[in-house]
Design a binder for this molecule. Sequence first.
Ligand code: ADP
Ligand code: MG
Length: 712
Amino acid sequence: MAHRASDLYGSLVFAGDVMLKRLPPDVFMNLQRTIKNGSPLDPAIANTVAGAMKDWALEHGATHYCHWFQPLTGTTAEKHDAFLSTTSDGGAIEKFSGSQLIQGEPDASSFPHGGIRDTYEARGYTAWDATSPAFIYRSGDEATLCIPTAFVSYTGEALDKKIPLLRSIQAVSAQAMRILRIFGADVGTPSGVNQIIMTLGVEQEYFLVDAELASQRPDLMICGRTLIGAPAPKGQQLEDHYFGSIPQRVMAFMADVETRLFELGVPVKTRHNEVAPGQFEIAPTFENANVAVDHQMITMSVLRETAERHGFVCLMHEKPFAGVNGSGKHNNWSLSTDTGVNLLDPRDETHTNMQFLVFLCGIIRAIDLHADLLRASIASAANDHRLGANEAPPAIMSVFLGDMLTDILDQLESGNPKKTMKGGALEMGATTLPQIPKHTSDRNRTSPFAFTGNKFEFRAVGSTAPVAWPNTVLNTIIADSLDFMATQLEKRAGKNPSQAKLEIAVKALLKEVVKSHRRVCFDGDGYSKAWHDEAAKRGLPNFRSTVEALAAFGTKKASELFAKYGVLSKRELDARHEILIEQYVKILRIESRTLQSLVRTAMIPCAMRFQAELADAVGATQACGVECPGAEAQLREVVGLVEGLRKSIALVEKAEQAVQFKGDHTKEATHYRDVLLPAMTDVRNGCDSLEKIMPADLYPLPTYAELLFSTH
Ligand code: ADP
Ligand code: MG
């Protein structure tokens, strides 16, 4: 019989009831203060917690524990240690101490460090993050206790994505609290607001491909995307896949994924077919950001592993197939008090909700001032294929507000907001159907940063990206802007202003902010050429490629900003910049080598067989005294394509091997973008032209038609 999801939920997580039952009350309360209120972790409780975790993990069949962390590779890392420990009398027991829970010591020099560590300076530490619950991860028959940790160098510099994220959440919290204080909220008392929490819900898009077919495509297996491949006769033209009925085989996979995620306490909620054939989406209910980020990493692992068990490969790449939509991650972000009040809820009479309007205008200001950093936060070689390709938001960062808020912005600009636009009801003209309330505004899926009711949806994030980094950047730029808003209000209205005085100060400030920064707001079609022209006129940056975008992290503005809010020191930021640009180069190099091998060992040899068959046929036909101009022309065409392919693949090799840059990754990346990528496109065009005329039995790879429709 099927299990009820509510029974499974969290069964493999050391939190909530499990913790309550297994920890002495004083230790439980002590730990809760860290988890719920952000109090410093008390090391005195570590031994007791470790003992309880170990017993619980052993009961679930775990033999090992690991410190689970997010190095700058873009994935998660784990080093497993057995609980088993030998005793002096030759026996063995299971042991797990408080110090093993709190601290680990992986080799820091083997992870990307962007120059922070030298090869001989190996020491790094992992440190227990008690605010994200430990969990038992099952892989086949093996079970491992995973402890979410931060990863730091011996020098104290962050070598991971978690530490800056936590610092950025603190930064937003501190500035947002100042604004609440100005508006007279109950702040800092036991029953009042003690911190601001960032809430996050991340929708994940992915493709599924039959594993047997995928294994015959070295490009998919090595690079996660097809480097060649002509379009299938049917792609997404009929728009019949989006929200279509889920194929049975996929449904079984999704149900399995959900069961595993429920056990791991990941609150997955939504599943559906996406726009492209073979493309799907999974989305959770939002949670506090630190936990949501860890859960997002777990979700990607579970998707990949479960796909294997169902005979699929799960492609998380931003653009696995040319000509159909790629995949992204919608990053739904909001701020909430620790008492559960969403600070981005506009409420009914929004024009009177001054506190909301201060947050809203502060965020608009942040996106306008730091559009370059936000764009850089989502830059990657893979995301370059997607941004601005009429399927994903453009590389121009803009804010969608909808009619109601746009109307309020107009009113703010004139100095005195008087009304809130209402949505009304939708009448469908059939008496049996209910009258439904209508939103004040339509949806806009072309906007990179859209206000969607009571949260912002950052839609330009790539589907493989760990979301810790874009959220770290988002939080930092918003902390900066909220700092400005709070400082201005304190200056203009004083620390404990009367209602009337505060309102005057707020209206004056918002008027200025709206005037200076609403150029970043745009509600129209973000895919259109008209918007690109308009954005250029407004002076909004448009960094089309990763190479240009990442330069934002090298500016003085950036290093001062991240340092000011204690999120990243200049060295820590420089390290990330360096790693990102190096990753761009490495990815293109791997793609280029895969393409060279594919073309030289498969595509050209097969095309030569085709050429030989044609030549034989033409020769034999002509020897019989029969003219065959059509076949002759095709022979010439094939010879031309194959010769062209030989030349263009040589250019790819040459472009890739350019060595004149002596380790300057930015120069190398620029060269790859300007010379290697176009050369790879030429090769692709040659291959795809051949594919279209080659006999099916000679084409060496599964085709797009086979790959895209393999889930049925
Ligand atoms: P969509 O139509 O874009 O799929 P949904 O209403 O399904 O929108 O929500 C998408 C995601 O937004 C979900 O993960 C949801 O939990 C999340 N979300 C909703 N409210 C908030 C919030 N206040 N903060 C952060 N995320 C939120
Ligand atoms: Mg969405």
